[in-house]
Design a protein around this ligand. Structure first.
Ligand code: HEM
Length: 469
C-alpha cells in the first residue's frame, strides 16, 4: 500500500513521490526485540506484509529494506556514488576491518586502494594462484585419509576453514600458516558472534568493557598479530621479489597511478587483514554448505561425479584449465551461493535524498539488502528452498534480471576476490569430489544457518568421509 504525495523535492522540483510503507511494531511482526531474536524472520515478515520496499526503525536508525532487482541495481550500480558504507553493519565491523577495502566509508581512500589492488585479482592474474588451491586441497585429503578414526565424522566447517586460510596464506605470504590458522579461525569466529549480536542489539557500546567486548578486543589483537608477523618478516627480508611474486609483494610494490605513491604500512596491514577476513569465512561456508547439500541430494552428486570423471579422465587433481569444462561443478557452486549466500547483508547509507521507483529515501537512511531473502524472491525463484543447480544454465540465467542474484554484490564495490573465490571453490570442490564422498552420518540433524555478520552454519557441518569406489 503506498500513498502518492506531491511534495517538492530539491533537485526534482515537481516530482510527486510515494511514501514507503512503514513496518510498525503493532503489525504483529514485532520491533527491535523480534529483529534481535530472528533477523531474517523479521525482515521476511515485512516483505510478506508490504512487498519489495518498506521502512522501519531500529534503535533510532531509519532503515529501508529493498528486495527488488531494480532497486538493488539502482543503489549498488546506477547511483553508487550516492550510497556509501557509512552503514550500521560496516560501522560495527570497522573495529576489525578498520579502513581496509571492505568496510571503508571514505570514498576517496577506497577509490585509490581499489585502483592499486584490483589488477591482482582479475581473471588473468588469479590462475597464478590455482596451484596453491589444489596443492593445499590435496594435502588436506592426505591428512583425512591418514586419520586413524576414519569412521568419525569430520567437522568440515573447521576443515574447510583451515584450508581457506592455508590457501590465502600461501597466496598472500608464500608461507605455510598452519601454525596460526587455528588461532585466527577461533578469533574470527568469536568476533563474528560478538559483532553479529551487537548488530541485532547495539548496546552497550563496544568501548564499554563487558566480558564479551573484552574477548572481542583480544580476538582483534590476535588477528592483527597473525598478520603483522608475516608483514614484519617480509620487511626484514631485502631479497628482490621472485618471478612469481605473492600478493604481499604485489601490494608492497603497488603505486597509485594518480600520485605515484604506494600504501603506508598501516594501510597495508589493514588491506592484508581485509583479504584474510574476506577470503576466510565466505569460502569456508560455501564449501561446507556445498558438501552438506551434495550429501542430501544424491542425483546432483551423481551428475557431479559423472562430469568430473569425464573431464578429468585418469587424473585425480583438476587444473585451472579444466574449469571451463567443469560447467556443472560451477552451476552447483552458483546454487550453493544462492541458497546460503555467506555475505548476505549488503548495507548502504544515503548521502543525499534519493528517489527509488518513485519512493522518497531521505538522506541519512540505512538501506538494507538481504541476499538470503532476495535469493528466495518468489517472482524469480521457483520453489526456492529446493537445491537445483539447473537454475544456473546459461538459458535460465538469461531469463532472470541480473540483480536477482548478488552473492558477490554488484557495481564498483563488487567483491574484489570474486574470481579468486570462484576459482578456489570450484577447484577444491572438484579435487575433493574426484576421489571422495562426504556423507550424512546416521541420524544427523538438519543444519540451519546462523545469521551473524556472515551466514554461518549453526553448530558446523559434520560429515563422514568415504572413498569413491
Ligand atoms: C564465496 C566467497 C565470497 C563471497 C560470497 C564474497 C562476497 C562479497 C560481497 C557480497 C562483497 C560486497 C559487499 C558490499 O557491497 O557491501 C565483498 C567485498 C569484498 N570481498 Fe568478497 N566474497 C568472497 C570471497 C572473497 C575473497 C576470496 C576475497 C579476497 C581474496 C574477498 C575480498 C573482498 C574485498 C576486499 C571486498 C571489498 C571490495 C570493495 O569494496 O572494493 N572476498 N565480498
Amino acid at each position: 500500500m503506498s500513498t502518492t504525495l506531491s511534495k517538492t523535492i530539491p533537485g526534482q522540483r515537481s516530482t510527486p513521490f510515494k511514501e514507503i510503507p512503514v513496518l510498525r511494531a503493532r503489525d504483529g511482526i514485532g520491533g527491535t526485540r523480534a529483529f534481535r531474536r530472528d533477523q531474517i524472520g523479521f525482515l521476511k515478515g515485512g516483505l510478506e506484509r508490504h512487498g519489495d520496499i518498506y521502512r522501519f526503525r531500529l534503535l533510532g536508525m531509519r532503515m529501508v529494506m529493498l528486495n527488488h532487482p531494480d532497486y538493488i541495481r539502482h543503489v549498488l550500480v546506477d547511483k553508487s556514488e550516492q550510497y556509501d558504507k557509512n552503514a550500521a553493519i560496516f560501522r560495527i565491523a570497522r573495529p576489525v576491518l578498520r579502513d581496509g577495502l571492505i568496510a571503508t566509508a571514505d570514498m576517496d581512500l577506497w577509490r585509490r586502494q581499489r585502483r592499486m589492488m584490483a589488477p591482482f585479482f582479475t581473471p588473468r592474474t588469479v590462475p597464478k594462484f590455482a596451484r596453491n588451491m589444489t596443492d593445499e586441497t590435496v594435502s588436506m585429503l592426505e591428512r583425512w585419509d591418514a586419520r586413524t578414526d576414519a569412521e568419525a565424522p569430520l567437522d568440515v566447517t573447521d576443515e574447510f576453514g583451515q584450508l581457506a586460510l592455508r590457501i590465502v596464506g600461501r597466496s598472500l605470504f608464500s608461507a605455510d600458516i598452519s601454525g596460526v590458522a587455528q588461532s585466527f579461525e577461533r578469533a574470527f569466529q568469536l568476533a563474528n558472534t560478538v559483532l553479529g549480536d551487537f548488530f541485532s542489539f547495539p548496546f552497550p557500546p563496544l568501548s564499554f568493557p563487558t566480558p564479551s567486548h573484552v574477548r572481542l578486543r583480544r580476538a582483534i589483537d590476535c588477528m592483527d598479530e597473525c598478520v603483522s608477523e608475516f608483514i614484519k618478516k617480509r620487511l626484514a627480508d631485502d631479497s628482490p621479489p621472485g618471478e612469481e611474486p605473492d600478493m604481499l609483494s604485489l601490494f608492497l610494490h603497488a603505486v597509485d597511478e594518480g600520485d605515484g605513491k604506494g600504501m603506508d604500512l598501516e594501510q597495508l596491514h589493514h588491506e592484508v587483514l581485509n583479504i584474510c577476513v574476506g577470503a576466510y569465512e565466505t569460502t569456508t561456508n560455501t564449501l561446507a554448505w556445498a558438501f552438506y547439500l551434495l550429501a542430501r541430494n544424491p542425483e546432483v552428486e551423481s551428475k557431479l561425479h559423472a562430469e568430473l570423471d569425464e573431464v578429468l579422465g585418469d587424473r585425480t587433481v583438476p587444473e585451472f584449465e579444466d574449469l571451463a569444462k567443469l560447467k556443472y561443478t560451477r552451476m552447483i557452486v552458483d546454487e550453493v551461493l544462492r541458497i546460503y549466500s555467506p555475505a548476505y547483508q549488503l548495507m548502504r547509507h544515503t548521502r543525499e535524498e534519493d528517489i527509488i521507483d518513485g519512493y522518497r529515501v531521505p538522506a541519512g537512511t540505512q538501506v538494507l539488502v538481504n541476499s538470503y531473502l532476495l535469493h528466495r524472491h518468489p517472482d524469480f525463484w521457483d520453489d526456492p528452498e529446493r537445491f537445483d543447480p539447473e537454475r544456473f544454465t546459461p538459458e535460465a540465467i538469461a531469463e532472470r534480471p541480473k540483480h536477482a542474484y548478488v552473492p558477490f554484490g554488484s557495481g564498483p564495490r563488487v567483491c574484489l576476490g570474486k574470481h579468486f573465490a570462484l576459482t578456489e571453490i570450484c577447484l577444491a570442490l572438484a579435487t575433493v569430489a574426484r576421489g571422495h564422498r562426504l556423507v550424512t552420518p546416521e541420524g544427523a540433524p538438519e543444519v540451519v544457518p546462523d545469521a551473524l555478520i556472515t551466514l554461518h552454519p549453526k553448530g558446523g557441518v559434520h560429515l563422514r568421509l568415504e572413498r569413491r569406489s
